[in-house]
Each structure stands twice: as C-alpha cells, then as structure tokens.
Design a protein around this ligand. Structure first.
Ligand code: 1HE
Length: 262
C-alpha cells in the first residue's frame, strides 16, 4: 500500500501492514522542509493506519534533511513567526507523541530543522556519511521547531550552545558518541537497520510501546517522588493487560525466548 503527498511518501510494509515508511521526497532541494511538507508530516503521523505498530522516517537522496526551506523565509512579524514555529511544534509533536515509535534514518546533512525533525523520533540510526549542524546561529535566526527543548535532551545544552555559537559540525562518529544517534552503521545500511529495528519493535505489546513513548520522557521531567508514582501507575496498567499476562505465561512455560548474551 502506498500513498503519495507533495514532497512526502507513505508506504505500508510488513506481513500485517505493521510498519510505516515515511519518506521525504524533495531530494532535489535536499528535503528542505516547506510549510506544505511540515503539514504533510503532521497529517501523515496523525493518520497512520491502525495496523501500523512502528514507523521509519527517511529522506530521499544524499541528505536526510537540510532543515527549513529558506526560500520561504520571508519577512514575518513577531506574531506570524510565533504561528510558524507553533506549526512546526504541532507537526513534530505528532511524530514524538503519535501512536507508534518512530525511527529516523540519518545520512548526509541532518541540519537545522532536519535535526529538529530527527530529534522528535524515538530512535536514530545514522550511517557514516551523516553530519549534524545548527546553521541557525550563523543565519541570524534561532531554532523554532522544538530544537531548544529536544536537542539538549540528546546532547546537553552546552554542546547545543557550542554548535549554534560557533557553527560546529559533528561528524557521524562524534554524533553517535555525544548521543545524536543510538546506532551507527556503514554508508547505505541505515534504512535496512531501521527496518530491522522497526520489525522488532512492532512485536512488542502495544501498551508497552505506548508507555515507553509517553510515560518515560514525562517521568524524566518529574521529581523523583512524582516519577516513582507515575512509574507505579504505568507499571500496574501495563502488567494488567491480557497480552502481558500471556507473554509472562509463555516464558514460564518455556514457550518464549530467553535473553541472549549479545
Ligand atoms: C535549499 C535548502 C534549504 C538546499 N532551503 N533550499 N538550513 C541550512 O542552512 C542548510 C542549507 N543547505 C546546505 O547547507 C546545503 O544545501 C547542504 C549541505 C544541505 C547540501 O549541499 P549540496 O551541495 O548537496 O546541495 P546544494 O547545491 O547546496 O543544494 C541543492 C538545492 O537545494 C539548491 O537549489 P537549486 O535550485 O539551486 O538546485 C539549494 O538552494 C536547495 N537547498 N538546502 C531551501 N534549507 C523551524 S526553524 C528551522 C530553522 C532552520 O532549519 S535554519 C537551517 C536551514
């Protein structure tokens, strides 16, 4: 099943239509994010078919994404600028807090708004061609797509400050070391790795995936006391699901796999 939007395609894969592959298809413009493309991202993640249990987001061509479409950067007054930034926030919120975990496939440029998009995903798989930058600093602008909230959670505020103040570019190895990507693979292999991870994630109990996506980041922002309480609630809800009971029973009866040394 395939569906095509302007600058973006959606393909549903898997024996049970459980994996969504969302691809930016503006390779000629290095997948620069126009307002139309931001709206397409929002609508796509808001309307994933019910069968989908995990999603992959990829970019056509040599680069994942060159960020904001600078050709649309026109004179905006403060109010219009606020509305534009909030549009990005609502779209990337649909990626981060949509129905299913999202894996970003990184290669080439992951810059500006492209890095903000990647940061809204739950996992990032980079290949060795990847580089990360925040050119907003040198273009006289500021991040507006949620980067100031999400990027420090990956790499720390001081590293983000350095990137914006000095134009520092992280290569793929250093990017993985500081926390941009959880996986680093040879050039051209990131998509297959992401699909493999998506297939694995799609086998989890849906409530487990939901609680990891929605509870874990919120607990990280709570006080320890509130975090323990939220954890107890989430844990009780997850273990009460019939699917959890069946999975535990399967292990106790020798029907489920053991944890294997890697
Ligand atoms: C673009 C954009 C873009 C390329 N908006 N059109 N982002 C940036 O500041 C990054 C700007 N882009 C680049 O630095 C480079 O294009 C790349 C390193 C990503 C790729 O270089 P390269 O040599 O492969 O491609 P190119 O020749 O620079 O670009 C190919 C075409 O894409 C060219 O158009 P053409 O009509 O001349 O063929 C470029 O103009 C076009 N293109 N990037 C518009 N970004 C919510 S706030 C977020 C704020 C930001 O994201 S600011 C950071 C913006």
């Amino acid at each position: 099943m395939a569906n095509k939007f302007e600058g973006l395609s959606l393909e549903i894969r898997g024996d049970h239509n459980e994996i969504a592959v969302v691809r930016l298809t503006r390779g000629a413009k290095r997948n620069a994010l126009s307002d139309g493309l931001i709206l397409a991202i929002r609508d796509t993640f808001q309307n994933l078919p019910d069968t989908v249990k995990a999603a992959v987001i990829d970019g056509e061509g040599e680069h994942f994404c060159a960020g904001l479409d600078l050709s649309e950067l026109k004179e905006r007054d403060a109010g219009q600028g606020m509305i534009h930034s909030r549009l990005w926030h609502s779209a990337l919120e649909c990626v981060q807090h949509g129905p299913v975990p999202v894996i970003a496939v990184l290669h080439g440029a992951v810059v500006g708004g492209g890095l903000e998009l990647a940061s809204a995903a739950h996992l990032r798989v980079a290949d060795e061609s990847t580089f990360y930058a925040l050119p907003e600093g040198s273009r006289g602008i500021f991040v507006g797509g949620g980067g100031s909230v999400r990027i420090p959670k990956l790499i720390g505020a001081s590293r983000m400050l350095d990137m914006m103040l000095t134009g520092r570019v992280y290569n793929a190895q250093d990017g993985e070391r500081v926390g941009f990507a959880q996986y680093l693979v040879p050039v051209g292999q990131a998509f297959d790795k992401a699909l493999e991870l998506a297939a694995r994630i799609a086998q989890n109990a849906p409530l487990t995936n939901y609680s990891l996506m929605h509870a874990l980041p919120r607990i990280a922002e709570q006080s320890a006391d509130h975090g323990f309480f939220t954890e107890a609630l989430m844990s009780a809800i997850a273990q009460s699901a019939p699917e959890a009971k069946e999975r535990v029973r399967a292990f106790l009866e020798g029907r489920a796999g053991k944890v294997q040394k890697s």
